[in-house]
Design a protein around this ligand. Structure first.
Ligand SMILES: NC(=O)c1ccc[n+]([C@@H]2O[C@H](COP(=O)([O-])OP(=O)(O)OC[C@H]3O[C@@H](n4cnc5c(N)ncnc54)[C@H](OP(=O)(O)O)[C@@H]3O)[C@@H](O)[C@H]2O)c1
Length: 330
């Protein structure tokens, strides 16, 4: 069926500047780590992407290894772009990809060598049928490759026109500082950093966010819902079809512990007092920090996406609410 994007798609989304750059990103971005692979229902994924764009989500996050099978999320996304995002719609999209985790056998399909990053991006572009990505990331730091080599590869990729901007993911504060210095010296500033951050995972508060702010780098936290734990999904056990129930899901059943669910139930009650779902409160809690550019969510249905989009109706917290959250999380 032909797709015509909603005419009012820019009316209800908030866009925030990414660090000190020319790019603005939607307050909510969509990632294709789960639910868009070759094992998933293509039409479901397609309807989520279309709906996201209709609601003003302009940023879609991918990586070489997303699937399963690895690579298939990029292939499917490429098919969706070809079918639905015709004409000049590509120019309304910020598409990212990454390399850094295991992608192919042998010594050149993993970590941070120049060889890996450049050949992996070439493969990603082929899978997505694109000439360039908007953001290309080093997906994780590589303890055995000089930072000059990894950052040099990112710089070359931009020089070659295969990416417009570059980013770092999973680098700690010290590694980030070192990488930013190299990128700066090469004349390719870092646009954005992608760390894991949620109410359950707060390492970024211990220095990384300060480094990003001081250097004018944006921040896009991933797994802000702790893969679904910070929603109503697991309030009454592990439902069929949920990420924790699937063998391919990265969330293990063993991570859905009684202690966590106890906290989730208390957070859920607090969210209800605020007139929000727990998912909305968890996303708002991250967006309250002005150093955050956008939260990077996942969704397995259009209904979940809509629930999450509703977050933007209320992203402020009273001191009492923040204290109550801290008490629950302790
Ligand atoms: N850079 C990295 O190393 C890295 C690592 C991981 C992820 N990421 C990026 O971050 C993106 C998001 O990660 P994530 O998928 O873990 O994020 P998340 O938003 O924490 O979790 C998404 C999952 O939570 C559930 N969910 C979402 N909204 C819900 C709602 N309103 N109500 C109930 N359940 C809801 C769904 O699970 P069900 O499937 O159970 O419905 C959904 O698949 C990825 O797609 C990827 O782009 C990056």
């Amino acid at each position: 069926m032909h797709y015509a994007p909603a005419a009012d798609r820019y009316n209800n989304m908030t866009y925030q500047r990414c660090g000190k750059s020319g790019i603005q990103l939607p307050a909510i971005s969509l990632g294709l780590w789960h639910n868009f692979g070759s094992i998933d229902n293509f039409e479901n994924g397609r309807s989520i992407i279309r709906h996201a764009f209709d609601k003003g989500i302009t940023h879609f996050d991918l990586a070489n290894n997303y699937g399963p099978v690895p690579g298939s999320a990029e292939e499917n996304f490429g098919r969706i772009l070809k079918k639905d995002f015709t004409g000049h719609l590509r120019d309304e999209l910020i598409i990212s990809s990454k390399a850094g985790y295991t992608m192919w056998p042998g010594p050149y399909g993993d970590f941070g060598s120049r060889k890996y990053l450049i050949s992996s991006l070439d493969q990603s572009l082929q899978r997505m049928q694109l000439e360039y990505v908007d953001i290309f990331y080093s997906h994780r730091p590589d303890p055995n490759t000089p930072i000059e080599e990894t950052m040099g590869a990112l710089h070359s990729i931009v020089q070659q026109g295969k990416a417009l901007y570059v980013g770092l993911s999973n680098y700690n504060a010290e590694q980030t500082k070192a990488a930013l210095a190299v990128l700066q010296s090469l004349g390719t500033p870092c646009l954005i950093h992608q760390p894991k951050y949620s109410m359950f995972e707060r390492w970024v508060e211990g220095g990384l966010l300060d480094v990003l702010e001081a250097n004018g780098v944006g921040c896009i936290p991933f797994s802000p819902l702790a893969q679904g734990l910070l929603t109503d999904r697991y309030l009454h056990g592990i439902p069929a079809g949920s990420r924790a129930s699937k063998p391919s899901g990265f969330l293990q059943e063993s991570e859905v512990t009684p202690e966590k669910i106890e906290k989730v139930k208390k957070l859920h009650a607090l969210a209800q007092q605020r007139g929000q779902s727990l998912a909305q409160m968890a996303l708002a809690w991250i967006l309250k920090d002005k150093r955050i550019t956008t939260v990077l969510i996942g969704a397995s249905s259009v209904a979940q996406l809509d629930d999450n989009l509703y977050t933007l109706k209320n992203t402020s917290f009273s001191k009492e609410e923040l204290d109550a959250i801290e008490t629950i999380l302790k």
